[in-house]
Design a protein around this ligand. Structure first.
Ligand SMILES: Nc1ncnc2c1ncn2[C@@H]1O[C@H](COP(=O)(O)OP(=O)(O)OP(=O)(O)O)[C@@H](O)[C@H]1O
Length: 322
């Protein structure tokens, strides 16, 4: 497997426990292997995106980090202790996609009631301000947009002033403006030194807001690097064409300039010189209906992981939500 990895940046001070230390994590659900030998080290202060297609194992891993579920095998430490203990210590908070809000309460009441559940918290005004919702404190939750509700969940998550904030696909279903405002609030907060780990399907989101992207597929880390390194994996173009009766041997000439895949009646070439490939297909071969497209994340996943195992539904919609 063509795997890109780079060591996490030396953000942690010498002797300071890693924020997250996951070794050889496996999580199975009956016959389904959701997480399959995943290793992950996150230093304190890093902002890390966990990027992967549907069914890659992101939520299963995050649930374990939050102490909501147990590993089938492997070890998981959060700031040098078990996830449950880290959560109990108020070191870890989560912003999840849905649930947990009462529509008839106001934004401020929601945060106040949540604060009353903790022995000590940051002041309500402070978390409302950090989440960028101080101006809608008297609005009913039911009247808030999806983006505002997510910022409310973020404000609630900030109450114990956690060292680690975990967000599982926090912007799914939000419009562009909602996503921008949400990430602006998270980003400003992360700049103060909090460790942030978020799962997403969106390469652009990971690129814009993470220091480091961990690419997961089939329950494993398949690439780990800076956004620039991960984006380089998705550079180049794909050229697709219909070619009735094509055989692998017909493409030998072109395999020098690209990575070729042949399926009955169709060819797909991944290349940095799409013009040359398209010209050759149209002039030298019976190929027709030539399409050129930017190589996206889905292709990067496929290039890194190989074809999915059809017996698992892990990759059924690979990259489909981009
Ligand atoms: N409680 C469960 N019971 C059975 N299978 C499960 C359960 N939870 C997850 N799985 C399976 O484990 C695999 C990984 O799922 P997981 O939700 O961790 O992936 P994901 O990367 O978060 O996907 P998505 O982006 O769609 O949320 C999938 O095949 C999923 O169907």
């Amino acid at each position: 497997m063509d795997t890109l990895t780079s060591a996490p940046p030396a953000v942690a001070r010498l002797g300071e426990a890693l924020a997250i230390d996951v070794r050889n994590l496996r999580r199975t659900f009956g016959p389904v292997v959701a997480v399959d030998g995943l290793d992950l080290e996150v230093a304190a202060g890093e902002v890390v995106a966990f990027l992967g297609p549907n069914g890659a194992g992101k939520t299963s891993t995050i649930d374990i980090l939050l102490g909501l579920s147990h590993p089938s095998s492997g070890s998981v430490q959060v700031f040098g202790t078990t996830p449950r203990q880290a959560v109990a210590n108020g070191w870890v908070s989560a912003v999840l996609q849905t649930g947990g809000l009462l529509r008839d309460l106001t934004v401020r009441e929601t945060v106040q009631i949540t604060a009353s559940l903790f022995p000590a918290t940051q002041p309500v005004d402070v978390v409302l301000r950090r989440a960028g919702i101080e101006d809608i404190g008297s609005r009913r939750v039911g009247a808030c947009s999806g983006g505002q509700q997510q910022r409310l969940r973020f404000a609630m998550a900030l109450l114990p002033d956690p060292r680690l904030l975990v967000l599982d696909e926090p912007t799914t279903g939000m419009d562009v403006e909602g996503r921008r405002a949400f990430w602006q609030a998270i980003h400003a907060d992360a700049a103060r030194g909090r460790t942030v780990v978020f799962a997403t399907h969106y390469l652009e989101e990971a690129d814009a807001y993470a220091d480091r992207i961990v690419l997961v597929a089939h329950g494993r880390v398949v690439a780990d690097g800076t956004p620039a390194e991960i984006k380089a994996l998705t550079s180049g173009r794909t050229v697709r064409a219909a070619w009735p009766g094509v055989r692998a041997s017909d493409l030998e000439a072109i395999s020098r300039v690209g990575d070729v895949e042949v399926t009955p009646g169709r060819v797909l070439v991944r290349t940095d010189d799409s013009d040359a490939v398209a010209r050759w297909l149209l002039t030298e071969t019976p190929a027709r209906d030539v399409e050129i497209a930017g190589r996206g994340l889905e292709d990067a996943f496929l290039a890194l992981t190989g074809p999915a195992d059809p017996s698992q539904d892990q990759t059924e919609n690979a990259g489909g939500n981009r």
